[in-house]
Design a protein around this ligand. Structure first.
Ligand code: CO8
Length: 377
């Protein structure tokens, strides 16, 4: 039987924090911290009890990752070698929480762009790498702030949260359980990045995105048909964060470095590239789409080398910036929001009938593909 409800992407929204840290500023502050640490621990280092810290370098960061800068909610405390962490006033329970606040900003933009009023949205999914608290759900707080009548819940699939959210929203629409679903991805990654860790201090940035997934029957004429979605997970410890409420059970290690983001970057690179490239090609075949004919790839934004390899395997040639746009140079890795930022900033020039792919990959491991086709008024 032909499906009566067809999910589409009606619009997207983006909130970008106003403060940005360049690699030069980041490395200067990190290297001051290294100098201070090594001076304070000079005796222990000389005696062999403590290992001296090595400095970071702008050249390494740009060559290894392609990242040149990242936006953050607050810059000064992160760059202060004595603090090296975000800091802001704790808000009361009757104030909008900070993660919800940026999610609401991105969501409002998506609603405006679709000409959609909040009362006509049925559900909100907050799909992000980390929630500010376990409950009440961030999604319900965002729902309330927007004035949406319906239901909302949180979901976390690390860097793949947004694509998993899009498939979930699309399934609600296919099943006839909703007509309009907001997938909101507020990513304050600066809170779970270890700014004192040379291997990863340069990776992440803060941002929020929103995707409005709707039934084609109510969507604006200018939208993106969702041709197919596919999700995949394979357990791996190569990207891990052990922060959680059960850390109270072993207070002696509750502040250890593994309670922030840690990864084996090389292994991630090697294992994830072939997995994702194969998944894209298989899914294109299932949907009878020639992957070589894809007009644009909006890939997860973790590393330019990874994206170059994946795009090459999918398209069969070295992708141009037009075919596989980069946003991580100025945004850094924004976890689940990365591929959505790329789609938001680099999709308006596509013509009716053009087919593209939104694709995420990251911790879990997790990966998601959303094939879309432009429909014009
Ligand atoms: N400055 C100078 N040198 C450095 C630095 C630095 N900052 N860091 C490392 N080096 C040195 C190392 O010591 C090493 O030296 P040697 O060769 O002498 O041993 C050399 O540089 C090479 O080190 P690496 O092998 O670590 O470097 P790579 O070339 O592999 O690059 C990357 C490191 C950039 C991390 C790369 O491996 C990468 O991007 N991998 C993919 C990672 C990825 O995509 N991860 C996805 C994670 S995101 C996700 O899923 C979401 C999680 C939830 C969000 C959390 C938010 C905080």
């Amino acid at each position: 039987m032909e499906a009566t409800h067809r999910p589409v992407i009606s619009s997207t929204g983006l909130f970008t924090p106003s403060e940005s840290i360049s690699n030069e500023e980041l490395v200067e502050s990190f290297n001051k911290y290294v100098e201070l640490f090594n001076a304070e621990n000079a005796d222990a280092i000389a005696a062999g009890g403590v290992e001296a810290l090595a400095p970071s370098s702008v050249e390494f960061i740009e060559k290894a990752s392609g990242i040149k800068a990242r936006n953050v909610m607050v810059k000064d405390p992160i760059l202060d070698p004595e603090t090296m962490s975000p800091r802001w006033e704790e808000r009361g329970n009757d104030e909008l929480s900070i993660l919800a606040e940026i999610g609401v900003k991105a969501a409002r933009q998506a609603l405006e762009r679709a000409g959609r009023r909040p009362e006509n949205v049925d559900a909100v999914l907050c799909a992000a790498s980390n929630m500010q608290r376990p409950y009440p759900a961030m999604a319900i707080e965002i729902q309330q702030a927007l004035g949406i009548d319906g239901f909302a819940f949180d979901m976390n699939v690390a860097c793949s949260s947004a694509t998993f959210g899009i498939q979930t929203a699309a399934d609600y629409i296919r099943a006839g359980n909703a007509k309009s679903v907001l997938v909101v991805s507020p990513e304050i990654t600066s809170g779970h990045l270890n700014w004192r860790d040379r291997d990863s201090h340069f990776i992440f940035g803060d941002v929020a995105t929103a995707v409005l997934v709707e039934d084609a029957a109510i969507a604006p004429p200018d939208h993106w048909d969702i041709l197919g979605t596919r999700l995949k997970t394979v357990f791996s410890n190569n990207i891990r964060n052990n922060f959680g409420f059960l850390n109270r059970a072993h207070p002696e290690t509750s502040n250890a470095a593994d309670k922030l983001f840690v990864q084996e970057g090389r292994k991630v690179f090697k294992e994830v590239v072939p997995m994702v490239a194969q998944m894209i090609v298989d899914e294109a075949e299932r949907l009878s789409i020639d992957p070589r004919g894809l007009r644009r790839l909006w890939l997860h934004q973790a590393n330019t080398g990874m994206n170059r390899l994946i795009a090459h395997r999918v398209l069969g040639h070295e992708a141009s910036e037009d075919e596989s746009p980069t946003v991580l140079d100025t945004y850094g890795n924004t976890s689940s929001a990365g591929s959505i930022i790329a789609f938001h900033l680099h999709s308006e020039d596509l013509a009716e009938g053009d087919t593209g792919l939104i694709c995420s990959f990251g911790a879990g491991y997790s990966a998601g593909t959303v094939f879309v086709r432009k429909t014009a008024a």
